[in-house]
Ligand binder design. Structure first.
Ligand code: LLP
Length: 435
């Protein structure tokens, strides 16, 4: 992945930095993010979707990994931003991200979040449901603003991915259902709302998708629906946001598509759909999250206790786990890892990598081949750039690891490691428990 190589010392190197040195300098667990690799993928998206197609925009889904530094990189690469909460919006605004290029999503935005979005002038608010539509219109009226919105539609597509991250199917908490007339009602109501300006539609069919045909179906269904709306109301929608979901390589068996082919499939489906429904080509927006930052990150852990149950299994425990990477326990996600301090040594045993949290489900990798592991070895788990730091927790009161951005041999802290006192920052002792 990215700029990862084995250096002269025989250590894993990323972004020109020796991982053994990084571990010494910053401690473990440690998230390491490869800036050059992020920029390379942004440029790929930019070249195939923005330059290679007419009238398209790529916005990074910041839920995958949102920090001030990340927002800056994304803006420098000419991408927009998808935020799903006041906190992600706040992060983007604090990074000085141009609000015009921010899209605000979410299935239960609060009044405060909606008002924050209006006041900060975000480019689009994506309306998810009827309640939100009416609150948003009222707020916009109070603030004397016209708010540009997209409507989130549930197109009824089941992408082949883990059920917890499927989102396009009918039985979903997100959006207005297309097939039962709900979407029509939503559209009519939005059109009649004094302070909402409907610019287009949004759909998102799931995450970690390998089959490009799912995107093709999505585009076709959505274009047909935009044409239906035009036929029914004479209202010409100009924007179609098809969400994110492009899959990446985590472990053997994963066969991600190429971004170039993703663009081709979207383009072909768009042309085809527009032609067969005689509908003018809308602006296309895509929202990749995982595929921009996933393979740019690794996590470094120090190996601690090792437990062998003869004839059964060898558990190798690391100094992090489900707190810094909840994906294996949440989604049975699979990862690959190597020993960063001796990556070239031949593998000689199958072990299972356990986290340090007090529960049996805290396993990072089941059955992985490694060289003979000893306490003190440095384990590098790959493809942890997306949905790791952003989903991390303080379970068992483990402080979150630092995030280091590496580039050309330079390592910069972009998120400081939490301290024990950070853990108590919001704890309050009521008077009767004070001493
Ligand atoms: N747009 C919308 C409306 C979304 O809901 C999502 C992801 C994205 C874009 C970005 O999707 P991506 O390109 O990253 O697949 N925590 C899960 C993934 C949840 C994805 C939620 N929505 C995981 O760790 O696999």
């Amino acid at each position: 992945h990215g700029t990862q190589v084995v250096n002269r010392q025989g250590h894993l190197e990323i972004g020109g930095c020796d991982t053994v040195e990084l571990a010494k300098q910053f401690g473990t667990p440690l998230y390491v993010v490869d800036e050059v690799h992020i920029r390379k993928i942004c440029k790929e998206y930019h070249s195939y979707f923005v330059k290679g197609m007419d009238n398209t925009e790529v916005i990074y889904a910041s839920k995958a990994f949102s920090t001030l530094a990340m927002c800056r990189i994304i803006e420098e690469e000419g991408l927009g931003l998808d935020v799903v909460s006041g906190g992600e919006l706040y992060t983007a605004l604090q990074a000085d991200f141009s609000p015009e290029h921010i899209y605000f999503h979410g299935n239960n935005k609060s009044r405060e979040e909606l008002s924050m979005a209006i006041k900060s002038g975000v480019g689009r608010i994506v309306i998810d449901n009827f309640g939100e539509m009416s609150v948003l219109n009222d707020l916009a009226k109070e603030l004397n603003q016209q708010v540009r919105v997209l409507l989130r539609i549930t197109p009824g597509i089941e992408a082949h991915t883990h059920e917890y991250i499927q989102t396009g199917q009918i039985d979903s908490k997100f959006g207005f259902t297309l097939s039962d007339g709900t979407a029509d009602r939503a559209f009519d109501l939005a059109l009649a709302s004094s302070n909402l300006e409907v610019k287009g539609l949004h759909a998102h069919i799931g995450s970690q998708i390998f089959e490009l045909a799912s995107f093709k179906n999505e585009v076709k269904i959505m274009i047909k629906y935009m044409a239906d709306i035009y036929g029914r109301t004479n209202c010409l929608l100009e924007e179609l946001n098809i969400g994110g979901g492009f899959g990446i390589y985590y472990a053997s068996g994963d066969e991600p598509a190429k971004i170039a082919d993703y663009a081709k499939v979207v383009e072909a489906a768009l042309e085809d759909g527009c032609k067969s429904h005689n509908f003018p080509r809308p602006k296309i927006i895509i929202e990749p999250g995982r595929s921009i930052v996933g393979t740019a990150g690794i996590t470094l852990y120090t190996i601690g206790s090792i437990k062998e149950i003869p004839g059964v299994r060898k558990y190798v425990a690391v100094d992090g786990g489900m707190t810094d990477n909840p994906r294996p326990s949440l989604y049975q996600a699979r990862y690959e890892a190597i020993l960063a301090n001796r990556p070239q040594e031949a593998v000689s045993e199958s072990v299972s990598v356990a986290g340090k949290c007090c529960e049996s489900g805290d396993m990072l990798i089941w059955d992985i081949d490694l060289p003979k592991v000893t306490a003190g070895d440095l384990l590098a788990v790959s493809a942890t750039g997306a949905y790791n730091y952003s989903m991390s927790s303080n379970y068992n009161r483990l402080p979150r690891p630092a995030v280091i951005l590496v580039k050309d041999g330079q390592a910069d802290i972009i998120v400081r490691q939490e301290t024990y006192s950070d853990l108590l920052r919001n704890d309050v002792l009521p008077d009767h428990l004070k001493r």
